[in-house]
Ligand binder design. Structure first.
Ligand SMILES: Cc1cc2nc3c(=O)[nH]c(=O)nc-3n(C[C@H](O)[C@H](O)[C@H](O)COP(=O)(O)OP(=O)(O)OC[C@H]3O[C@@H](n4cnc5c(N)ncnc54)[C@H](O)[C@@H]3O)c2cc1C
Length: 287
């Protein structure tokens, strides 16, 4: 089902889940088991990432195609500009169309490992805005995009840069935006207010990262620019070596965050599952 229809037809809040293409057979088995378990929370869609540096194109395609064909869930394929020409992207979109894939999360992408900054491929695209426009021109796809309540790490003009580019993404055809994960709801509320003022009307769906491994999240967050409030460090540090305690606390804190966001009327919540279902199911079932 198209994202635009899902958004229109869902009255209450919708819950979506993000997976990455596993590298091993065991990881792949786990992914299908997780998707099966997640059916209990009736996810609105399942999104599948496109490896940093454009490394997982075939695996992303294989997984979204199988989700579409076999599970009854609605897949969303992430797609980045990294390492692809416009012709490569047109060919991939044609494959997706043939497989009945209707939803694309269009991104610029991060540079491949070892390359400090993003560089557009010759004959390719420089920004997500270019990719959104290209996909929109091909018709038949519902497009989601990314946005950053605490600012994209490369943004030079603060939050208003991110607002300006999000407005462009909307105007070029994005049906919704999914945020980078954040832990400070106040940052999201400020961003949503600025988006409202800028005439952004598409749903901005908060990305939620339940903490299941504190040290890993500290590392991720330093890379992607998500700030971790002092109150989270204070609660996590004493239990950081006890993974069960971290997971329990992470679920408790994500639940508090999600309740606050739903209370403000967001259209939905997007869970960064890290290919695990337990935390997402526990949170959604408690909401
Ligand atoms: C929900 C979500 C899912 C993600 N999934 C993946 C994934 O599957 N694979 C992956 O590799 N990465 C993924 N990422 C990470 C993402 O690729 C990086 O954050 C990347 O650095 C920026 O992607 P973008 O689409 O936001 O780029 P853009 O919107 O192009 O923004 C990149 C930078 O350029 C600026 N900018 C934007 N548009 C313009 C313009 N028209 N002119 C000038 N400057 C502009 C922005 O302010 C920003 O600083 C995801 C991020 C999110 C939030």
């Amino acid at each position: 089902m198209k994202l635009s229809d899902i958004l229109q037809q869902t009255d209450g809040p919708l819950f979506s889940c993000e997976f990455f293409p596993p590298k091993t057979d065991k990881g792949e088995e786990n992914l299908w088991a997780c998707l099966d378990e997640l059916k209990v929370i009736n996810p609105a869609y399942i999104s599948v990432t496109y490896g940093a540096g454009g490394t997982t194109q075939e695996r992303t395609k294989g997984i979204v195609t199988r989700i579409q064909a076999e599970t009854g869930l609605s897949p969303v394929a992430h797609l980045t500009c990294v390492g692809s020409t416009a012709d490569d992207i047109a060919a991939l979109l044609a494959d997706y169309r043939a497989a009945g894939i209707e939803n694309i999360l269009a991104l610029r992408g991060d540079p491949p490992e070892g390359m400090g900054r993003f560089e557009a491929t010759a004959g390719g695209f420089s920004h997500a805005t270019d990719l959104i426009s290209f996909i929109h021109d091909r018709q038949g796809f519902s497009i989601a995009c990314a946005t950053y309540p605490e600012g994209h790490p490369e943004s030079k003009g603060g939050m208003m840069d991110d607002i300006r580019y999000l407005k462009m993404k909307q105007d070029l055809g994005a049906a919704c935006a999914v945020t980078q994960y954040f832990f400070d709801n106040e940052a999201f509320f400020r961003f949503q207010d600025a988006a409202d003022d800028a005439g952004i009307t598409i749903p901005i769906i908060p990305g939620i990262m339940p903490i299941t491994n504190y040290d890993q999240i500290v590392r991720f967050s330093a890379m992607c620019g998500a700030s971790i409030p002092e109150r989270i460090h204070n609660r996590m540090v004493p239990v950081r070596d006890d993974l069960d305690a971290v997971k329990k606390l992470g679920i408790e804190m994500a639940l508090e965050q999600c309740s606050g966001l739903l209370g403000s009327g967001v259209k939905g919540l997007h869970f960064y599952t890290l290919n695990k279902s337990e935390a997402t199911i526990a949170i959604v079932q408690s909401l």
